[in-house]
Design a protein around this ligand. Structure first.
Ligand code: NAD
Length: 256
């Protein structure tokens, strides 16, 4: 119960890494606002939480992280429903992309930046203000990606947004330390979620081989790390990146 008494907003909590983190946080004693574009799926996760024996421990709200007002409203809902906010997990994101010279900027740049980059900025801002006003400190965890530190095929915009998440994390940790607020970014590698499952089986096999244990990461393996980062046990991890990529970023090629 390392998150006993803590209240969290988890964006993108209806699916994949976000959903696994909602379930982990609840099991560790937290209360959670599931903030997701997909309200039906977010509500289904809240029902799942009830059925696991934690009635009312999670509430769902339709949130588009690319709108500051929506993110502010999710933070306000946490305070109204559970009395405070201790953690925000800025995790909602979209993936995909085209070769740079095929870009239509209106389609292939701006919309993804609005979700993957602006959405994290809004989460940091809204939660940071709440933590300051509460005077309690808080933790900001944001989902970057291995692509935030590397160039990759068809990922010009995604890589830019995910690099910004790392930069935001460093700056937020620096600026908000005086309020007792920590900020950490995570960089998942290949996680078996909807984002990855849209690709062919052949490509998914290749993705798995890019990690040292030759398997795709499960969402709950990421959730375990996020729960640790949200807890007081990790209080010296601040303004930095935690690689949750099963070695992806540490090796180049297998010889077999
Ligand atoms: P997912 O598609 O299962 O979950 C993403 C969730 O975000 C969905 O519930 C979706 O409804 C929500 N969402 C999308 N746009 C939104 C918006 N504008 N406002 C609010 N919610 C929105 O995918 P996932 O793999 O769990 O992705 C979670 C995060 O992890 C993303 O930021 C993604 O970029 C990152 N990531 C994933 C992988 C991977 O291999 N799966 C690797 C690196 C990073």
């Amino acid at each position: 119960m390392r998150l006993q008494g803590k209240v969290a907003v988890i964006t993108g909590g209806a699916s994949g890494i976000g959903r696994a983190t909602v379930l982990k946080f609840i099991q560790e004693g937290a209360k959670v606002v599931i903030a997701d574009m997909n309200l039906t799926q977010a509500e289904a996760v809240a029902v799942e939480v009830d059925s696991l024996g934690f009635p009312g421990a999670a509430v769902a709200v339709r949130t588009d992280v690319s709108a500051y007002g929506d993110v502010e409203a999710a933070v306000a809902l946490a305070v109204e429903t559970f009395g405070r906010l201790d953690v925000i997990f800025n995790n909602a994101g979209i993936a995909g992309g085209k070769a740079l010279l095929d870009h239509d900027p209106e389609v292939d740049y701006a919309p993804m930046i609005r979700v993957d980059q602006d959405g994290v900025y809004y989460g940091i801002l809204a939660a940071g203000r709440q933590f300051r006003d509460q005077g309690t400190g808080g933790v900001i965890i944001s989902t970057s990606s291995i692509y935030g530190e590397q160039a990759a095929e068809l990922s010009f915009t995604y890589s830019a947004a995910k690099a910004a998440v790392i930069s935001f994390t460093r700056s937020a940790a620096y600026e908000l330390a005086e309020f007792g607020i920590r900020a950490v970014a995570i960089t998942p590698g290949r996680v078996g979620t909807a984002i990855i499952n849209q690709f062919s089986e052949e490509l998914r096999t290749t993705f798995a081989s890019e990690q040292l244990r030759n398997k795709m990461t499960e969402p709950d393996e990421i959730a375990n790390v996020v729960a640790f980062l949200a807890s007081d046990e990790s209080n010296v991890i601040n303004g930095t990146v935690v690689h949750v990529d099963d070695g992806y970023s540490s090796f180049k090629q297998r010889l077999d």
